[in-house]
Design a protein around this ligand. Structure first.
Ligand code: NDP
Length: 478
């Protein structure tokens, strides 16, 4: 019987996805550049379903039903191009090449256009959930043509995570849309983890609450509006004790956060789109600062703190919880707003309710909150910004006094809270009647004749700064 899907690249992710397809009843053709991984997979898990062992890409292609679905799960970057190059001569019009790795969406756009010229479908899919998700049900964000989704979607939906019986997989949009949405998911994940870190730091350094006690606090928080995978595992990590030293595990970890690059990609794309994802950007920068260990150790003894004595309010822990919730909402609002900007730029019809819904299970940012976000965008009139959706507008209003208290307390205590404070600044910037951007425009016009608009007239103007300072109508030159 021909296989319904072929998987090439059987390292951790590819092997688990292949097993997931097989466990769901599909016949899966297996291929890896070095055949040892194929054999290791078959030896350990060959009994889980119907697998077809192949040694070459030609054999893999031959093993598949038409239209062929070949899923590439190799190292992101040039290996993907190399595999595509070898596959293309073996395929026929209408076949579907899938890249489920962490590729940059611009690479996906380029590959999709190149394969479309040859009559092939190229589908970049974002997969979130790590190793375990790939096996048990990830959150899946497929791009590519609608036609390719008709042939591929049912398989992806079958292996995806399910929430309330709904698959955490839906067609996102053409070409690189799937990888773009996955990238923004990761950007939100960076911010989500950073706000948790800031809350932990405030409770630890500000209120003197140790990791074990905090584990209980996070466990409690996980029962309310913050309920999410990341809060749940925060409790687990904080409760963990290092077997070697008996110290809290968190205290024996080097405080330098790694990054694989998707957070950075999000911020670079946001800068190109002019999208103000300040919370996400600050979370990427926070990891950068954490990694500058040499500078940090020199600064420790050298730079003054000037911290003030602060009497913490009795409700400090609850304040931190509310600040965390409000900041988290802002990072989701910024990420979703970035999707709206990208949709306009790339001609994607991104459905924010569906995207929020498929993030509800399988992925790292899965959270109760996403149910409400789905509802906010599914309602008749889509909010211009998530924070304007009635439920969230009211939630932030309720959290605001605590949020302001926490940010100002952190500043007084000298505890860095870059995402708590950037989120609050974004919120205040969004709601502000007049921004100092008016002054910026005045300065730009003076030094560079960049022109400005007037609040009381249509058009673009320039003041003759080096002349008699009269105003003239101008052509907008930016
Ligand atoms: P790796 O990224 O470690 O890649 C190893 C695989 O790529 C092996 O099968 C290897 O073959 C193959 N490979 C490398 N170079 C080539 C090449 N030039 N030609 C053919 N095959 C090549 O595997 P992972 O499973 O960790 O990740 C796969 C993808 O999934 C990556 O894009 C990664 O970023 C992404 N990923 C996603 C995660 C998620 O949560 N969604 C988590 C982890 C990864 P060989 O055995 O012959 O060396």
């Amino acid at each position: 019987m021909p296989a319904q899907i072929g998987v090439t690249g059987l390292a951790v992710m590819g092997a688990n996805l292949a097993r997931n397809f097989a466990r769901n009843g599909y016949t899966v053709a297996l291929h890896n550049r070095s055949v040892e991984k194929t054999d290791a997979l078959l030896a350990a898990h060959g009994g889980e379903g119907d697998f077809v062992r192949t040694e070459t890409l030609a054999e893999l292609v031959d093993a598949l039903e038409v239209p062929r679905r070949v899923l590439i799960m190799v190292k992101a970057g040039t290996p993907v191009d190399s595999v595509i190059e070898q596959l293309v001569p073996l395929l026929e019009e209408g076949d579907i090449v899938i890249d489920a790795g962490n590729s940059h969406y611009e690479d996906t756009r380029r590959r999709e256009a190149a394969l479309a010229e040859k009559g092939l479908h190229f589908v970049g899919i974002g997969v979130s959930g790590g190793e375990e998700g790939a096996l048990l049900g990830p959150s899946i964000m497929p791009g590519g043509s609608r036609e390719s989704y008709d042939a591929l979607g049912p398989l992806l939906e079958k292996i995806s995570a399910k929430v309330d019986g709904e698959p955490c997989c839906a067609w996102i949009g053409t070409d690189g849309a799937g990888h773009f949405v996955k990238m923004v998911h990761n950007g939100i994940e960076y911010a989500d983890m950073q706000v948790i870190g800031e809350a932990y730091d405030l409770l630890r350094s500000g209120a003197g609450i140790g990791p074990a006690e905090q584990a209980g606090i996070f466990e409690e928080w996980n029962k309310g509006e913050l309920a999410s995978f990341l809060i749940e595992i925060t409790a687990e990590v904080l409760a963990h004790v290092d077997a070697k030293t008996g110290a809290p595990f968190v205290d024996v970890i080097v405080d330098s956060a790694g990054q694989k690059g998707t957070g950075r990609w999000t911020v670079v794309s946001a800068l190109e789109l002019g999208s103000p994802v300040s919370a996400i950007a600050e979370s990427v920068f926070a990891r950068g600062l954490s990694s500058q260990r040499d500078q940090r150790s020199r600064a420790q003894g050298a730079l003054a703190g000037g911290e003030a004595e602060v009497q913490l309010p009795v409700e400090f822990v609850e304040d931190v919880r509310q600040a965390l919730y409000a900041s988290k909402l802002v990072s989701y609002a910024q990420g979703l707003d970035m999707l709206t900007s990208a949709a306009a730029e790339y001609g994607w019809d991104l459905k924010l309710d569906e995207i929020a819904s498929l993030w509800r299970g399988g992925c790292i940012i899965r959270a109760e909150l996403l149910k409400e976000i789905t509802g906010a965008y599914a309602a008749g009139e889509r909010p211009a910004n998530l924070l304007l959706a009635p439920a969230f507008r009211d939630a932030i209003a309720a959290a605001l006094p605590a949020w302001r208290r926490v940010v100002s307390t952190a500043v007084q205590l000298g505890i860095p809270v870059p995402v708590f404070s950037a989120s609050l600044a974004y919120y205040d910037g969004l709601r502000r009647d007049r921004l100092p951007a008016a002054l910026t425009q005045g300065l730009r016009d003076l030094f560079g004749a960049h022109t400005y608009g007037r609040v009381d007239a249509e058009g673009t103007f320039h003041t003759l700064w080096s002349g008699d300072k009269s105003e003239v109508a101008a052509v907008d030159t930016h």
